[in-house]
Design a protein around this ligand. Structure first.
Ligand code: ATP
Length: 308
């Protein structure tokens, strides 16, 4: 349904995308997971024809985006990070305005507006001005407006940033429902829990490149680790760190904490503790973490997903 090949985009001197490729099957929810500035919005903006790439091929629903953007647009709905709503209008009038841009007969459009407002739990508030809505409610209306043309493909750019848990859950439920009904969804996020819950396949993106992709299970089993042992020390120095790094390849340091990655926690835990104790390190805390998208990202980039 979506084929992206070697996508590149430079803004002035910033190389936002350095050659991104992926394929998404019909009915799949594909997650682009990465920290701020990784290139997620640029990717979505190019796929939704809002930004032109410098290089690369994009095929959407069998149509070449670069030669036929107007045809591509008919197949897509876009949920941008910025809310595209008129505060002084009611939610209903906002949807009527945005829906009016599509080629949908008015009675059909009105039926779709009612349907999507019910889907997002806002039917009772449909005549209230958007300025009286909470951030989460505005976000829900923003998503509703992207569904009015019944797109085959929905692009969602970090749709849950900064909203309340109730709205977030409702958005999750809607995404799950749309996916069950066969919609193809591209969902960007820097929350690993969202990618784990919603996405059939995930592309981990950092610094303009996809550094790993696959199902959650494939990503978890592809590296040389199953668990991470996170140890905090009261007296960790650069010399201690170097001494341990000589013995331990899969190792990261964050301030007073070392992260050891291992396939064999049973065998390795005692070795790690023995080594630390032999070089005079004083342990204040030990955490053992099962591998997840956060630890995979950390081990691939040396950075935390959220703090960057
Ligand atoms: N219009 C622009 N002009 C200049 N630089 C830009 C522009 N848009 C994006 N960039 C830069 O391109 C890089 C990728 O940005 P992008 O918004 O795609 O990342 P992101 O993963 O979506 O991050 P965020 O979650 O913060 O939106 C960043 O370094 C950003 O500063």
């Amino acid at each position: 349904m979506i084929d992206v090949l070697n996508l590149k985009k430079t803004f002035d001197t910033i190389e936002a995308l350095k050659g991104i490729s992926f394929n998404i099957a019909q009915g799949e929810c594909y997650g682009l997971l990465g920290p701020n500035g990784a290139g997620k919005t640029t990717t979505i903006s190019i796929m939704s024809t809002l930004v032109e790439p410098n290089e690369g091929e994009i095929n959407i629903a069998g149509i070449d985006l670069r030669t036929n953007p107007q045809e591509c647009k008919k197949n897509i709905g876009v949920v941008t990070q910025e809310l595209a709503l008129y505060n002084e209008l009611s939610a209903y009038d906002n949807l009527l305005f945005w829906g009016g841009l599509y080629d949908v007969p008015k009675p059909e459009l009105i039926a779709r507006i009612d349907q999507t407002m019910k889907l997002f739990g806002l039917f009772d508030r449909k005549n209230d001005k958007v300025k009286t809505y909470s951030g989460g409610m505005k976000r829900r209306i923003n998503i509703a407006s992207a569904l009015l043309n019944k797109p085959k493909i929905l692009f969602m750019d970090e749709p849950t940033v900064g909203i309340d848990p109730q709205s977030r859950n409702l958005i999750f439920e809607v995404v799950e429902k749309l996916r069950k009904e066969g919609m193809t969804i591209v969902y960007t996020t820097h929350y690993m829990e969202e990618a784990e819950r919603l996405c059939d396949r995930i592309g981990i993106i950092d610094n303009g490149k996809i550094i790993a992709q696959g199902t959650l299970n494939e990503l978890k089993t592809s590296g040389s680790m199953k668990e991470s042992v996170v140890i905090s020390f009261t007296n960790l120095t650069d010399a201690h760190h170097s001494s341990i790094a000589n013995d331990w390849k899969d190792l990261l340091r964050f301030d007073d904490t070392l992260h050891f990655y291992t396939m064999d926690i049973q065998g390795d835990l005692s070795k790690i503790i023995m080594k630390c104790s032999n070089i005079g390190l004083d342990i204040s805390k030990i955490d053992i973490k099962k591998i997840n998208l956060e630890t995979i990202f950390l081990s691939l980039t040396g950075k935390k997903l959220r703090d960057t």
